[in-house]
Design a protein around this ligand. Structure first.
Ligand code: NAD
Ligand code: TYD
Length: 340
């Protein structure tokens, strides 16, 4: 049985990844290490929380002693833990530097001490900066030019992962993915925020002119890409992951409103985000050609299914919005916390 340490597994993408790995590989056990910041919600993992091959450890990736206290063997690491929201990084960059930069280095050091066989660093396309309307999509060789404190901190961690490969010959692999959407996304990001606000009859704040473009990918497609890279990727390589679904924000918002049977009266154009990147687009030829990657979801069907999920799972996001989700950890684990 192989043990994969997944960091940030209580977040949006990490929780989807843990469910996928446990379902697809019967010879894998998962140790989910998460600090449970505001973005961590163990309820996202209620489907697997009692599974024998799943263990949760509440710990901070910046805490080297907590990492060293892990007694279980760690064969591979998939590193999702991060501060992930651009608007929060504009308000306060410090926690982004601590977790994304220092935390990643602390985790790399731990991985080196343990001699882990694979270290997948989950980076982002935002490290490449912003594109003009006719620029070619980002490829793996596009120079890094991050524009927000979030993107700059992710570029720092991305380069530290690269340096660990070159300096210490560590088996590091890096993925750079575009904007994810799907179940369990925290309702501060564009798509779940707009769905939840529309369902509550609240205004939908569209930044600037609403013409910024993002390349959307379903979270399950991203997770499958990360797992392909973990298993078959070449160490030291970077793999871009995209959805081939460039959409303007205002068009995404209108599609959501239509799916919910609303008109456009809730849309409010608000002051633009500072330094707002205009367009992201991903060239994903490398992962397709080398690893046989292909997406399973197209954007329109995936978005419709996501809207339906937020309708069916209304209590999930209502507990997030009210803050009630914060008590889930104590209710679930109480004093009988698993000690791996
Ligand atoms: P998220 O904010 O939903 O989840 C982050 C998780 O990390 C949370 O569970 C949080 O508790 C945990 N965490 C934060 N700081 C920690 C620390 N110091 N120690 C341990 N755990 C900590 O984020 P997400 O959207 O699931 O993104 C996951 C990863 O994927 C991030 O690295 C992000 O940069 C990257 N990414 C995200 C997207 C996207 O569209 N969401 C796209 C490309 C890449
Ligand atoms: P977001 O989901 O925060 O992802 P990112 O900034 O990492 O791409 O935002 C996606 C796009 O939607 C981005 O162009 C900013 C815009 N946006 C709004 O117009 N209104 C909002 O309330 C939010 C959260 C985002």
């Amino acid at each position: 049985m192989k043990t994969i340490l997944v960091t940030g597994g209580a977040g949006f993408i990490g929780s989807n990844y843990i469910r996928l790995v446990l379902q697809q590989h019967s010879d894998v056990q998962v140790l989910n290490l998460d600090a449970l910041t505001y973005a961590g919600n163990l309820e996202n993992l209620s489907a697997v929380e009692r599974a024998p091959r799943y263990t949760f450890l509440k710990a901070d990736i910046c805490d080297a002693a907590a990492l060293d206290a892990i007694t279980a063997s760690v064969d591979e690491i998939v590193h999702f833990a991060a501060e992930s929201h651009v608007d929060r990084s504009i308000e306060d960059a410090a926690t982004f530097l601590r977790t994304n930069v220092l935390g990643t280095q602390t985790l790399l050091d731990f991985a080196r001490r343990r001699g882990v066989a694979r270290f997948v660093h989950v980076s982002t396309d935002e490290v490449y900066g912003s594109l003009g309307p006719t620029d070619p999509a980002f490829s793996e060789t596009t120079p890094l030019a991050p524009n927000s404190p979030y993107a700059a901190s992710k570029a720092g961690s991305d380069l530290l992962a690269r340096a660990a490969f070159h300096t210490h010959s560590m088996p590091v692999l890096i993925t750079r993915c575009s904007n994810n959407y799907g179940p369990y996304q925290f309702p501060e990001k564009l798509i779940p925020l707009m769905i939840a606000n529309a369902m509550e009859g609240k205004q939908l704040p569209v930044y600037g002119d609403g013409m910024n473009v993002r390349d959307w990918i379903h979270v399950e497609d991203h997770c499958r890409a990360v797992d392909l890279v973990r298993r078959d990727g070449r160490v030291g390589e970077v793999y871009n992951v995209g959805g081939r679904s460039e959409r303007r924000n205002i068009d995404v918002v209108r599609t959501i409103l239509r799916a919910l049977g609303h008109g456009e009266e809730l849309i409010r154009y608000v002051k633009d985000r500072l330094g707002h990147d205009r367009r992201y687009a991903i060239n994903d030829e490398k992962i397709r050609a080398e690893l046989g990657y292909a997406t399973l979801h197209n954007f329109e069907d995936g978005l419709a299914a996501t809207v339906a999920w937020y309708q069916q799972q209304r209590p999930w996001w209502e507990r997030v919005r009210s803050g009630d989700y914060r008590g889930y950890y104590e209710r679930m684990y109480g004093s009988r916390l698993a000690q791996p």
